[in-house]
Design a binder for this molecule. Structure first.
Ligand code: GLY
Ligand code: MN
Ligand code: MN
Length: 465
């Protein structure tokens, strides 16, 4: 349980949800399942983010039921001396109402017996669609039991709606407490990047056999020492050409002077993610071609930051990045003007895709790729269609989401140069990404990850220190 956040905050969220369920609606939501790793070992348990958003409760085997009248019922693991000796303390149903502010709590063993009675005489059941294996069948089983009682006057809910639609929209806007937590997670991750850059330069200067996993260990040290529960996602520590593999993991490749290191790593703190990428020279000094491309990516990120403001569309920062990168690709000769044409041609044909093949950001929150629609809700203008010049597929474009204060997103342009015919050799195997986390505010956006320097000269200074 997160004791830094008062139970009343979760109660307020449940009340806000209840108001959207309709007076006769009811919502049913499990936490995440436990996952076996092998034989007697489980993966470390991580609660379901929707469930946690409404309860702050981190034990496995728990369900929440919220009714349209605002009442809430928790099902949780019963107190059990023997299991608690092995697995740790359980809150138990008796203590749950006072601890979590729910109106009632029962043992998880009673779930199947109690749910049909809770669903009876409601018109609509809300539960998350396509997120939990077997949930649809479980709900159908309970509704079957309700239906068996219609002869006695019970009403069986006739509608089922996706609970994610409501919770995604709530979670997309981070309240003050959430923003504070995300700032703290971001600050820890920034310190971890600083520590790792400095350790890398020191070890390389000392002539040590530095491997990617040594740098991963530095990140992990800072995360855990600061109280983060775990990394928000599998850390990417990619030396040299590995940086051109977008989903590379920290492995055992050597980290060599003269090469770049790309680190994409962020901690999770009390259920909230951070997500930072920095790219730096292993020995603390960029080569000419590395710095050229680094400064290009940084300039594209600055353009994206300027485009991240209320009223702008989610796609605006990406379009700003593409303009700067595409021009830079022509200027550096990564793209041959004689073949690729003008800036407009490069954008139109997506020729830049050879070196920049991902989007510029995503929502960030409890999940690193957080929930929330990327399309503006309620915008009924007709979607436009176009043929993608590379895949030849028809792409449907719906009006992109309008940015508003309280939304949190990443801004993460990059350039990845795989050796290929016609690509200047001096850039071969350079992979660079720069990623910061931004909270949209009234005037633009706040970058919460700048505790780690981003400017090339500042990175070199930090690594000399
Ligand atoms: N670290 C995952 C991402 O940047 O999207
Ligand atoms: Mn990201
Ligand atoms: Mn990332």
């Amino acid at each position: 349980m997160n004791t830094n956040v008062p139970a009343s905050l979760y109660a307020q969220r449940r009340a806000r949800l209840a108001r959207q369920l309709g007076p006769n609606g009811i919502a049913v939501l499990p936490t995440a399942p436990e996952q076996q790793r092998n034989r007697d070992s489980d993966f470390l348990f991580r609660h379901d983010s929707y469930f946690y958003y409404l309860t702050g409760f981190t034990e496995p085997n728990a369900w929440l039921v919220v009714a349209g009248d605002g009442s809430s019922t928790l099902f949780c693991q019963p107190k059990d001396m023997e299991r608690e000796i092995w697995d740790g303390l359980r809150l138990g149903a008796e203590a749950a109402p006072a601890a979590l502010g729910v109106d009632a709590a029962h043992s998880i063993a009673d779930l199947d017996a109690r749910l049909p009675r809770l669903l009876e005489n409601r018109d609509t059941v809300w539960f998350p669609f396509a997120t939990h294996d077997g949930l649809e069948q479980r709900v159908a089983g309970w509704l079957g039991k309700v239906r068996a009682r219609v002869r006695y006057g019970a009403l069986c809910p006739g509608q089922q709606h996706d609970l994610c639609a409501l919770l995604d929209e709530m979670r997309l806007f981070k309240d003050d407490k959430e923003q504070d937590l995300m700032r703290r997670a971001a600050a820890i991750s920034a310190r971890a990047h600083v520590r790792t850059m400095q350790a890398c330069a020191r070890m390389v200067r000392e002539g040590k056999d530095v491997r990617e996993h040594h740098l991963d260990a530095e990140l992990m040290h800072e995360f855990r020492a600061a109280g983060s529960q775990y990394p928000a996602y599998a850390s990417i520590v990619a030396s040299g050409p590995n940086a051109c593999v977008l989903h590379y993991r920290a492995d055992a490749a050597p980290v060599r002077a003269g090469e770049l290191v790309l680190i994409d790593a962020g901690c999770e703190l009390d259920g909230y993610a951070s997500d930072i990428t920095r790219t730096f020279p292993a020995n603390g000094k960029f080569t000419g071609p590395q710095r050229e491309l680094y400064d290009l990516v940084l300039a594209s990120q600055s353009a994206a930051v300027a485009a991240t403001k209320p009223g702008a569309r989610f796609t605006d920062p990406h379009e700003a990045v593409v303009k700067v990168l595409a021009q830079g690709m022509l200027d550096t000769g990564l793209l041959d003007r004689n073949k690729a044409g003008t800036l407009d041609d490069v954008i139109e044909t997506r020729a830049y895709f050879q070196f920049y093949m991902h989007r510029t950001g995503h929502w960030l929150g409890m999940d690193v790729h957080d929930c929330g629609s990327y399309v503006e809700p309620g915008d009924t203008s007709a979607p436009s269609e176009r043929k993608d010049p590379l895949s030849n597929e028809t792409i449907t474009n719906r009006p992109s989401r309008i940015l508003r204060p309280g939304m949190v997103l990443t801004i993460e342009p990059g350039i990845y140069v795989r050796p290929a015919e016609g690509v200047p050799e001096r850039y071969h195997n350079i992979g660079i990404r720069i990623e910061d986390d931004a909270i949209v505010n009234d005037g633009g956006c706040e970058l919460i990850t700048r505790g780690v320097p981003v400017e090339g000269g500042e990175i070199e200074a930090l690594m000399r220190g």
